[in-house]
Design a protein around this ligand. Sequence first.
Ligand SMILES: Nc1nc2c(ncn2[C@@H]2O[C@H](COP(=O)(O)OP(=O)(O)OP(=O)(O)O)[C@@H](O)[C@H]2O)c(=O)[nH]1
Ligand SMILES: [Mg+2]
Ligand SMILES: [Zn+2]
Length: 320
Amino acid sequence: MSIMNKATVVKHTGSHYLLTRLPQWSLFPAVLRGKIRLKGSSSTNPVAVGDEVTYEFESSDASAMPTPENPAVIREVLPRRNYMIRRSTNLSRQSHVIAANLDRAFIVVTMDFPQVKLPFLDRLLVTCEVYGIPAVIVVNKVDLCTSPELRRRLEEFRAVYSGAGYGVMEVSALTGEGVDALREACRDRLSLFSGVSGVGKSSLIKALDPSLDPKTGEISEAHLQGKHTTTFYEMYRLASGGCIIDTPGIRGFGLVDLSREEIALYFPEMLKAASGCRFTPCTHTHEPGCAVKAAVEAGEISLSRYESYLGMLDEEGKYR
Ligand SMILES: Nc1nc2c(ncn2[C@@H]2O[C@H](COP(=O)(O)OP(=O)(O)OP(=O)(O)O)[C@@H](O)[C@H]2O)c(=O)[nH]1
Ligand SMILES: [Mg+2]
Ligand SMILES: [Zn+2]
């Protein structure tokens, strides 16, 4: 007997997928057979974590579950509400779908161990904006922010990003500070945890639900960076409600294709100010009567965000 059904992709390792039929959480193996191609996509992976799929399963027993010996077979990827793509930085222009059907992305950063790099964070935020995924910034390891210098940096950071319109949560996976608020924000949603290696994405999942046990790793003393402990995209379900996709620490990533006029549309505070620019479109660089530049000079838009923006124009070789 062949059973056709719907399920959600929880994990992908090599040639195998793990699926579950949400809201149930009982994982079973599945494989891809034959070709599933998304129309017009150059993505290297046709099926991503968070995808809803239809699958088939052959069994004489209607209540049997798929096993590694007799896995389900994925037939079709159902239309995605949204997705996030990582484009490779090399010239192949290949892209990899990180995750699909996300309600929110939590971008995890740390003031120290490792120290947050603002241009990198800003690119990540632009990526979320481009894909229409609401982003919230989670500052982890606030237990380490004891020196006046680190406190000052944290305050400044919060001012810059809440000023840009982003939610900023301060947490510590170690002491539990802020974890209840984060758990509440994750309830009944599918959230992505993203950020560089070593910021504590996996540790936070463990803090949110101690029954979960994603692998965590030390920070390299020599480089003050994480060691890329998490190597697969994987969904976890919190006992308190909601699912989280843990991700490998991001290394470099290629920017999504944006024209020079488009980039500023994905800096929410610049988009807002741009309605006051004399010219449309305005790149907010050399144009007279630019309201964005005026807002930067007035301290209403942070210099670091504006510099990230200029860096992105520059990098695309489009800045004049
Ligand atoms: N002091 C302190 N250390 C933390 C905190 N959260 C995590 N760590 C430590 O940071 C290190 C890295 O944590 P992970 O959870 O593996 O980091 P990750 O972001 O998942 O890293 P990758 O999987 O490599 O991307 C571990 O040694 C954790 O114990 C925190 O709130 N405070
Ligand atoms: Mg991890
Ligand atoms: Zn302008």
